[in-house]
Design a binder for this molecule. Structure first.
Ligand SMILES: Cc1cc2nc3c(=O)[nH]c(=O)nc-3n(C[C@H](O)[C@H](O)[C@H](O)COP(=O)(O)OP(=O)(O)OC[C@H]3O[C@@H](n4cnc5c(N)ncnc54)[C@H](O)[C@@H]3O)c2cc1C
Length: 389
């Protein structure tokens, strides 16, 4: 574990009282850094196994401020073109192992929080094809993918669904492939329910606390906070995903920003479900009678490899063009919300869930699929901490 920051003196002039130091900042058994899907699931799993343990989650934002409250809420495990693209660079075993983790992760998320709390709806997912040749390449592989995914899901997943082209009314789209087992959730309600569960379980979740550096010691780990405090814990789990290298520079995790917009309500919206364009790089869905549309990172990978929230003309124009020319052609649509979130990517497909030292662990790099895989990765990470005790 590399130590890249000098250990500062405690700032006594910051006015922390004796009472605050002894009641709020006494040593913890486990500190989880980051209150996203992964961090909260890890904390919950650990606390269930060890109800007496003092488990603290430190989150620097006023709400979780990475990807978990900023995403598109697709409960998905891969479109046909996305899986074929993955298969070009990875072995069949690793691609389908990841699909299985996504599928199991989604089942776990539903089991932990319940479909009602998630606002889960199984409306199915569609992939849009504009180019005939590309569609034929994908269509040709449907049977192969269905056979492989039947081992995981137990059902036939993909089929061509061109009969929906007319009712959906997209312009310039020649074919659709349907995924019968893709769903959607309300990301905000999901995270609120997860947070409520963590608090009910007796986990202390502290917002507005940023960890600046981690110092391993023989019997503890010392966390240096930007507030000037040092906090001791027996074990620490870093779940800061796209921000992972700020604390653990040795990890191969690169940030990737995702931009999103949501329209005003569209009267008689002609479609419902989740939709993928361009190998999943761009996506849209219905939400409360509106359209949520996001992605396009592949147009400008370099600019989007950042931990800074922000919107760019290039990507927002791409999304708006798709909206006005393809998704709802010839309709006046207003855009009411825009935001961005930060994901974590790396050279391999699998997330990094690992022990990095005697008392230091991480679960990061969710590869832009943390809604699907995050609950399972949180559980795996908590099990590593439990095994190490
Ligand atoms: C626009 C967008 C759309 C997406 N759509 C989907 C989708 O439809 N389906 C899907 O499966 N996935 C989707 N994802 C990906 C998914 O949201 C993420 O993979 C998942 O939320 C990652 O969860 P996490 O807990 O690992 O990280 P995060 O949610 O990023 O949590 C990390 C937390 O750590 C905090 N933090 C960082 N540094 C510190 C520090 N030093 N001290 C304290 N706290 C710190 C951050 O504020 C953050 O809250 C999308 C992501 C984005 C951005």
């Amino acid at each position: 574990m590399s130590l890249n920051l000098p250990k500062k003196q405690i700032d006594f002039y910051m006015n922390w009282s004796y009472w605050e130091k002894t009641a709020f900042f006494q040593a913890a058994d486990v500190v989880v850094i980051g209150a996203g899907i992964v961090g909260l699931h890890a904390a919950l799993t650990f606390k269930k196994q060890q109800p007496q343990a003092r488990v603290v989650v430190l989150e620097r934002g006023l709400l979780p401020d990475g990807a978990s409250t900023k995403n598109a809420g697709f409960a998905c495990f891969g479109s046909v073109s996305e899986l074929l693209m993955d298969l070009e660079e990875n072995s069949e075993d690793s691609v389908f192992a990841l699909v299985e983790k996504r599928w199991r992760g989604l089942q776990k998320l539903r089991q932990v929080l319940g479909d009602e709390a998630l606002h889960f709806e199984n409306l199915g997912g569609y992939e849009l094809f504009m180019e005939e040749h590309f569609f034929e390449q994908c269509a040709h592989k449907i049977d192969f993918l269905n056979e492989a995914l039947a081992q995981i899901i137990g059902k036939t997943v993909y089929r061509i669904a061109d009969e929906q082209l007319k009712p959906f009314g997209f312009a310039g789209v020649n074919h659709l492939i349907f995924n019968a087992y893709e769903g959607q959730i309300h990301t905000g309600w999901m995270m609120k329910a997860l947070l409520d569960q963590a608090l009910q379980a007796g986990i202390e979740v502290r917002f507005g606390w940023e960890v600046e550096a981690i110092f391993p010691e023989e019997k503890n780990v010392i966390l240096q906070l930007t507030s000037g405090l040092h906090w001791a814990t027996r074990q620490v789990l870093v779940t800061t995903n796209g921000f992972a290298r700020q604390l653990l520079p040795e990890l191969l995790v690169q940030p990737g920003r995702g931009q999103v917009l949501v329209t005003a309500p569209v009267p008689n919206l002609p479609f419902a479900g989740t939709f993928h364009v361009d190998c999943g790089y761009t996506y849209f869905r219905n939400i409360d009678g509106r359209i949520l549309l996001g992605g396009g990172r592949n147009l400008d990978f370099e600019t989007e490899a950042t931990t800074q929230a922000g919107l760019t003309d290039r990507i927002q124009n791409h999304l708006e063009t798709l909206l006005r020319q393809v998704i709802l052609p010839q309709k006046e649509i207003e855009i009411e919300h825009r935001w961005s979130g930060i994901m974590g990517f790396g050279p391999t497909q699998m997330p990094i869930v690992a022990r990095l030292g005697d008392r230091i662990f991480c679960a990061v790099k969710m590869q832009g699929m943390g809604v699907a895989i995050g609950s399972l990765m949180g559980e795996e990470a908590a099990n590593l901490l439990l095994e190490a005790q």
